[in-house]
Design a protein around this ligand. Sequence first.
Ligand code: SF4
Length: 506
Amino acid sequence: MKTAAASNCKIDKPLCNCGVVGIYNHPEAAVQVYYALHALQHRGQESAGIVASRPSQKHPGERSFAIHKGHGLVLEVFQDSSILSDQLQGNHAIGHNRYSTTGSTVKRANIQPFFINSPTVGHLGLAHNGNLTNAATLRKLLSEEGSIFQTTTDSEIILHLIARSREDNIIDRIRDALRIVRGAYALTLLTDHGLVAARDPHGFRPLSIGKIGDGYIVASETCAFDILQAEYIRDIGHNEIVVIDDETLQTGVIKSLQIDDVRPEARHCIFEYVYFSRPDSKIFGHSVDKVRRKLGKRLAEEAGIKGKTEDEKVVVMGVPDSSNTATLGYSHVNRELNAPNTRHEIGLIRSHYVGRTFISPGQKNREIKVRTKFNAVKGVLKDQKVVVVDDSIVRGTTSKALVNMLRNAGPKELHLRISSPPITHPCLYGMDFPSKEELIANQYDLNIEAIREELGVDTLTYLSVEGLTESAPQEEGINYCTACFTGNYPVQIEEGTKKLEFEEVE
Ligand code: SF4
């Protein structure tokens, strides 16, 4: 079955692949997961699903599981609310939403959570955010040894490895499997025994634990806790597996195991702070809002805009919504350091009603697509010295169309400031970027003057790599992945792995 082409009005940004959530011991676990998935909708908009479990009525002492998943936004997948109240009854549940890396359609079997019921592992649901870097090798090996794959995703490999482990209990089986896979994963797993969550040894993707009523919640970002009035406890560490079960409910102790015996240095994804995560979330134990403001402040230190006189007004505006917070930081420091008459203004209005599948009838050009999503506030921009702050530039196509639109509003100067360095490399750890050749920074061989000319602004400056890493929280044993800006990949990808995902379409 083909689904509608996604994101005809897609903004030119990297796409986050997934959000995951798990709830243990709530009378309406699936309903809570549903709301949490709404909060995590920005992490994936093409499909969603929930696996829920409850005590079995037929077999006392055992649990029965139910699953529902489909294409579309959370709202669309669960538009029949009886799915949540009747089909997905139970006190434990996990959920997942995803964006497919093809950007068009996704094989139905690839929609998560995955669910199996086997004599060796029992019931097992799995939701994965990230990308395995040795997927091709493992899939080949497993296939040769008789494993039959139902999907074209790397995530299914984890299920096969768990099923084939020789360990006795499910937790050791999960650890066994996670010692074999490489790359990035933030996982929630629902077993007969309890809720299990894990982050890969480098901890590329975020995952936090909270308390909800008499139970527990784990989620990619804490904005999912806030919607449920859950209380943040802590982040799941890199290289850590946590187990929440009935014993946890009695003792309050969340069991914790290490995946690899030697815990490597963390390599948190720095782009989560730049763009992917919501500013109202805490990730990796830190407020995204604070870090994003710092990025804007540092950008103003590195590339502020002065007025010709003390009185000349400098209008600072962001590209909504992702640049709003960095823009606040920029305008604040620009006022202090460079131009006392710096004003933060709303120069662009974004329509929130343009859906993923919006098509511009009879119009193929990007300008109309951008105009459908954004409009310039002429009264704010006309005859002003304007600084536009954006978080990143990928292909540059949207930036160029936005600049055209802003020029039409008649500013006397238009300066572009980017709160991250030029993107030069694709992500191998769970974010969808265009190919290396499509990135504007590579098309112009990192010649910023040439990019400036192409975009049509008076000046263009990106944040430096040092500015980026120094603005991120500094902690012992914690480092950052900056590979998309530097090409320094903490974990190498094995050949063929990138071709594995989503090669089939229903
Ligand atoms: S390559 Fe970029 S987006 Fe991917 S994990 Fe590293 S910093 Fe994050």
